[in-house]
Design a protein around this ligand. Structure first.
Ligand SMILES: [Zn+2]
Length: 261
């Protein structure tokens, strides 16, 4: 190989790696704004924070979370999956009746990478319809599964008037016990924090499990697993997160407060 060919290959390889890293950042980092705007944090002028729960509803955990929120008078947002809305319409009705916000988190929680735009639109529309059937209202906010944005996402959400909401803080509850969830959720809490927790299961599989399921078509087994999530440690962590955050001077507000200001 001549020196020139070697240099050319090295430059091409470096360009490919740079493009890969950039794409990974654009699609996967929750705070990335490369493909379009996403709310990551609310206004930082006051010590206000908001709670969001993904992947539900899942009985009995969502109801237990709703009990805690009601007792402590905390508003929250539930980014629900359409298929779970159809499984637990009464829980969705209760979320709305108790003044919480409902958000769209797709119908079946697919991994968004390489998903055709039409399929993504179907996932979002089916969920909008499922929620509207139960509550009479269509959500105005959307959170992509795994927080991952793919190229076709923004035209789809823009057409539907949906605002993309990510998060700034999380309890990493999909891989933590209650104690670690409390610690992680509070560790970097600051004015405007949007806290991510899960009341359902779908978002907890991780990329490898997802890839395995997609490649070997183990969809049915994965779907039945998702019917039996265990979010009891989130239920255990939640009162401590709320009480400790309040003890540190934070006020829990509705996501709406972060969107309209
Ligand atoms: Zn999720």
């Amino acid at each position: 190989m001549t020196g020139l060919a070697f240099v050319a290959i090295a430059i091409l390889a470096a360009a490919a790696v740079t493009l890969g890293v950039f794409l990974w950042y654009a699609c996967s980092v929750p705070s990335s704004q490369v493909f379009g705007p996403a709310l990551v944090r609310g206004a930082t002028d006051r010590p206000r924070v908001t709670l969001t729960f993904d992947d539900g509803p899942a009985s009995p955990f969502t109801e237990q979370i709703l009990d805690i929120l009601r007792d402590r008078r905390v508003p929250a947002t539930f980014f629900v999956c359409g298929q779970n809305v159809e499984r637990h319409p009464e829980v969705v009705r209760r979320i709305a009746a108790e003044g919480h916000t409902l958000g769209n988190h797709t119908y079946s929680h697919p991994f968004p990478y390489f998903l055709p735009r039409r399929r993504l639109a179907e996932e979002i529309d089916r969920t909008q319809q499922a929620i509207e059937r139960v509550t009479g209202k269509r959500p105005a906010v959307f959170r992509p599964p795994y927080g991952a944005r793919w190229i076709g996402l923004y035209p789809v959400v823009r057409e539907r008037g949906l605002k993309v909401v990510q998060w700034s803080d999380t309890g990493y509850d999909w891989k933590s016990d209650a104690r670690a969830t409390v610690r992680a959720a509070l560790e970097h809490l600051g004015p405007g924090s949007v806290i991510l927790l899960h009341d359902g299961q779908e978002g907890t599989q991780g990329f490898l499990k997802w890839a395995w399921r997609e490649v070997f078509h183990l969809g049915d087994r994965a779907a039945s697993d998702s019917l039996r999530p265990d979010r009891s440690h989130v239920v255990e962590a939640l009162p401590r997160i709320i009480d400790q955050a309040r003890g540190a001077g934070f006020e829990f507000v509705s996501l709406q407060e972060f969107i309209s200001t």
